[in-house]
Design a protein around this ligand. Structure first.
Ligand code: NAD
Length: 366
């Protein structure tokens, strides 16, 4: 049976087009070898869109993003656009997509590939087999709360204000995402907050606990965010799914990311309401320092495609296949420059892509 999906590809800036070219080859492979029928659209985002249209995301691209099953984005930004007006800067393209598609749930897996345990800042036994899923609330909390701003006080000193604000519907919908995911994983959710010192944290804790009642098979525990930071570097394998707010999620997921070695390996997803929009992108940026050299690691983008297959297209077998192919290429000793280790073979972006396609061929027929 042919499975039909639509995908908007936004390669973006810097290494974006280089890494996306490799993801595209994997998409073509899925079409030829697994009967997946993708309708692909491609457009510009970030600095590339600014250069062409004068905005970081055109209306056409936004309309397309709303209409497709999922968006796959490379990266945006770079020194070339440092002087561009604030609302037209490359990052504005990303923020527009998140806002307009109502992408409130940021999923960031922290998986440590066996071949890369030595690249972690922690001892191999602490990270070997690590597989945490971060669920970060992305559209609320202190980054968006009102009042906000900087004011000058009568005595001439200045006061900066940001407000941590969460409503029950915002907490409920992110909690549902976490519990649903835990149901497909190891059945354990850790909710992280600062209920000891913040009312918004207390509300978060109470409301997540209420939602847990609808998931009798899932274990829920609560952990203060500072304690969670410590536990992540002390014994990270104790976690399955961690759900947390926008601010703590920003920090804690970066801590977890470093446990796994390299930025070039980390995929992410931003999901909206069920049946709504979804965007998949590597965690890393546009890496202007290495752009155009053909040495960028395409794995984070290819793993982002695997997440799209798992969470938007309901193709878990193909997602597994891609992750297994990446695992086997790394086990075979191939490394892009960013994850290079002594005794391994250093390869270019394209050769890494070639090798993943070969591994897919092999795994698909064995
Ligand atoms: P970066 O993630 O682009 O790069 C950090 C370091 O990691 C660099 O040395 C880079 O060469 C390396 N690196 C990153 N991805 C790599 C890959 N796939 N393969 C090999 N090496 C890789 O972060 P930065 O340098 O702080 O930011 C550069 C630009 O990217 C800025 O304009 C920033 O605003 C933007 N940015 C965009 C996003 C996004 O599009 N989601 C995220 C972060 C930063």
């Amino acid at each position: 049976m042919t499975r039909k999906f639509s995908l908007l590809i936004l390669p973006g800036d810097g290494i974006g087009p280089e890494i996306m070219a490799e993801a595209r080859r994997v998409i073509d492979w899925l079409g030829t070898n697994r009967g997946l029928d993708f309708t692909i659209y491609e457009d510009l985002v970030g600095g590339a869109a600014y250069d062409a249209y004068g905005v970081a995301l055109s209306d056409d691209a936004l309309a397309r993003a709303k209409q497709v099953d999922a968006v796959l984005l490379g990266a945006v930004g770079g020194p070339k656009w440092a002087g561009v007006e604030y609302d037209k800067r490359p990052e504005a393209g990303l923020l527009t997509l998140r806002k307009e598609l109502e992408l409130f749930a940021n999923l960031r897996p922290a998986i440590c590939f066996e071949a890369l345990v030595e690249a972690s800042s922690l001892k191999p036994e602490l990270v070997s087999g690590l597989d945490i899923m971060f669920v970060r609330e992305l559209t609320g909390g202190v980054y968006f709360g009102e009042p906000r701003g900087i004011e000058t006080l009568p005595d001439g000193s200045r006061r900066g204000v940001n407000s941590q604000v969460y409503t029950t519907p915002e907490i409920h919908r992110i909690a549902h995402v976490a519990f649903d995911l835990a149901g497909k994983r190891n059945g354990q959710v850790t909710s992280s907050d600062k209920a000891n010192v913040m009312e918004s944290g207390l509300l978060w804790r109470e409301e997540v606990t209420k939602i847990a009642e609808q998931y009798p098979d899932i274990t829920l525990d609560h952990m203060l965010a500072d304690s969670c930071a410590m536990q992540l570097v002390r014994a990270p394998k104790q976690f399955d799914v961690i759900v947390t707010d926008n601010l703590f999620g920003d920090l804690l997921s970066d801590v977890a990311a470093m446990l796994t070695g390299s930025l070039g390996m980390l995929p992410s997803a931003a999901l909206g309401v069920r049946g709504g929009g979804a965007m998949y992108e590597p965690v890393h940026g546009s890496a202007p320092d290495i752009a155009g050299q053909g040495i960028a690691n395409p794995i984070a983008t290819i793993l982002s495609l695997a997440m799209a297959l798992r969470y938007s297209f309901d193709c878990a077998d193909e997602a597994d296949l891609i992750e297994d192919a990446v695992r086997s290429v790394l086990a075979g000793g191939l490394r892009t420059a960013d994850i290079m280790q002594p005794g391994k073979a250093r390869v270019s972006t394209t050769v890494m892509g070639d090798s993943i396609l070969r591994a897919l061929d092999h795994l698909n027929t064995h």
